[in-house]
Ligand binder design. Sequence first.
Ligand code: HPA
Length: 236
Amino acid sequence: MSTPHNAANLGDIAKTVLMPGDPLRAKFIADTFLENVTQFNTVRNMFGYTGEYKGKKVSVMGSGMGMPSIGIYSYELYSMYDVDNIIRIGSAGALSDDLSCMDVVLASTASTNSNYAAQYKLPGTIAPTANFTLLKTAYDEAAKLGIDVTVGNVLSSDTFYSDDKDANDLWKKMGVLCIEMESAALYLNAQRLGKNALCILTISDHLYKNEELDAYQRQTSFTNMMEIALNTAINL
Ligand code: HPA
């Protein structure tokens, strides 16, 4: 079996999948952290790998950027490949004054300006929400690793370059921590399909402070997030 976007056969993919946006990051994780690795997908260069971390089976696959892209890949993983848990590992631009570059955020909920949930025809608005077991496990594993995390509401935006210059101020005023572009769709797919999702984010830029990461900081913060995600995956 396969799908239009994934060449894997049933059984090729672990119950827990880590999803960075960039497929080359998926390759980096497989090369750096996993043993006994096999590649299950190359369609559209959206590389996917299964291997072992500390002796337990884990998969890692790129999601692409934006809600339509992660929406497709995560839907197929959950509904066609029997995946139970997806942990997105991504970057985000900070809104909160309490955050700085390199900080790690666990998205307990994902607000959004996207229309993704319209497909469910709900008589109101649904709150896209992380799975509590994944969230608690990631929080506990981060503490064991000595990595501080901030837990809260993030914004999943349909635009990286927005014409609306007031929007960030309004979300910031509501206590939203940071902006990225995928979590809400992932959480909604998980909720609709009775599966589990969590997004772990590293702050790569601050939208209100003049901060940017250099190459070394980028790598270190990425490794921190990865270790939280991998240790969460094997402790579920
Ligand atoms: N906006 C949206 N997505 C992002 C950002 C941002 O500022 N930074 C990193 N991912």
